[in-house]
Design a binder for this molecule. Structure first.
Ligand code: ADP
Ligand code: MG
Length: 368
């Protein structure tokens, strides 16, 4: 029943202003994908286009092996068999939870339908409130009811637009885990969009990072965090610093943390100016390390403290340190970088490869 979604280089804009450009990805049957991007990056537009509320300017959308959209062609939303879940629940206020969930369920006899709806309600943990009205439920319960309603007609694809952003933080985390479980249990294929990376990490098999309407990377959570495709993904996902540095050879790079050695995320010519991604967990605090950095900012995070440290050359990095190590702002502490996989980005300047004869340097100029 649930299908593969193929989005082939779609673009969509309003009044000559491009909102999403050339977006391409495939979501396999049973997978949960999530687009992560700041407000205004085009996430809702993408979902509305997939659902059929907007037409594409170019590219194609395929659901379950059928083309549903291309330039000048659009299967209407109700014929796409796509379910949607929004942040504002959108339950019908004059219907009970039972009636809401049953709304889109057709082609079933009364008794069979009743059993089916009660089953759906028990999947989302709401069998006890079937006769209640939406206003009698908490926000979390309403969102569960909305999920049951979206899934009940067995859509080919479920789209979720910031489904947890109206809920408080604790509930959000809990519900995102539950929703993932429910979607997996029903073997549904789902695409969610959010600006919240914790939600994306909690929910998704695959994450797409979107900025200004362009898909920057489509990958699993581990790769998005540890191997961000470019500086903009690195800056948006997780915390960290991009330290300026210079490539010494194929495994070493020099920066404000000294010389780092490891395998590079992408090959870069010797002498190349790069930005190196340093995550807070890459900077280890060691009291007796000879390498010192000054604390310029600190944030208490319960088990850890996040320190912003100023290095001798003026650059700064973040360090996540267990909170029983309490230090003051202005204090110098010993640190040791621990970076085995070095994620670096060429700074787009002309740089020089290793060369035998200084007179021939110009021949070896390459763009990194
Ligand atoms: P997000 O969901 O990531 O916050 P949206 O898709 O809602 O982003 O919006 C992306 C951009 O498209 C914004 O600049 C927004 O102003 C513009 N936009 C969205 N819908 C319309 C519309 N119907 N008409 C004109 N501009 C729109
Ligand atoms: Mg939106």
């Amino acid at each position: 029943m649930h299908s593969t979604l193929e989005v082939k280089n779609i673009s969509k804009g309003y009044h000559n202003h491009m909102v999403i450009s050339d977006i391409a990805f495939t979501l396999h049957k049973g997978e949960i994908g999530c687009f992560l991007g700041p407000s205004g990056s085009g996430k809702t537009t993408l979902l509305r286009t997939i659902a059929g509320f907007e037409e594409v300017l170019s590219g194609e959308i395929w659901v379950g092996g059928s083309r549903v959209a291309s330039r000048g062609f659009s299967v209407p939303p109700e014929k796409r068999h796509i379910g949607m879940l929004f942040q504002d629940y959108a339950l019908f206020p004059h219907m009970t939870v039972f009636e809401n969930v049953g709304f889109g369920v057709r082609s079933m006899k009364d008794l069979q339908k009743k059993t089916y709806i009660m089953d759906q309600l028990s999947t989302v943990g709401l069998e006890g409130v079937a006769r209640k009205y939406p206003h009698e439920l908490s926000g979390g319960q309403q969102q569960r009811a909305a999920l049951a309603r979206a899934l009940a007609p067995r859509p080919r694809l479920l789209l979720l637009d910031e489904p947890f952003s109206n809920l408080d933080v604790a509930l959000r985390e809990r519900l995102s885990m539950d929703v993932r479980e429910i979607i997996k249990e029903q073997r549904a294929t789902a695409l969610m969009v959010t600006h919240n990376q914790q939600e994306a990490f909690a929910m998704a098999d695959r994450i797409g990072v979107i900025s200004d309407g362009s898909l920057q990377q489509w990958d699993d959570a581990h790769a998005i965090y540890h191997r961000p495709a470019n500086g903009s993904v690195a800056a948006f996902v997780g915390e960290g610093a991009l330290l300026p540095g210079t490539v010494i050879d194929s495994r070493r790079v020099e920066c404000g943390l000294g010389i780092l050695e490891g395998s590079f995320s992408s090959p870069c010519p010797i002498g190349c100016s790069v930005d190196i991604l340093i995550r807070p967990e890459d900077v280890i605090h060691e009291d007796d390390s000879p390498f010192k950095a000054m604390i310029i900012h600190k944030t208490f995070r319960g088990p850890n403290i996040l320190y912003t440290l100023s290095l001798r050359n003026g650059d700064s990095v973040l360090a996540l340190v267990p909170s029983h190590h309490q230090h003051r702002i202005g204090q110098e502490i010993g640190i040791r970088p621990q970076v085995e996989d070095i994620v670096l980005y060429a700074r787009g300047e002309v740089c020089l490869t290793e060369m035998p004869d200084p007179n021939e340097r110009h021949k070896f100029q390459v763009h990194c």
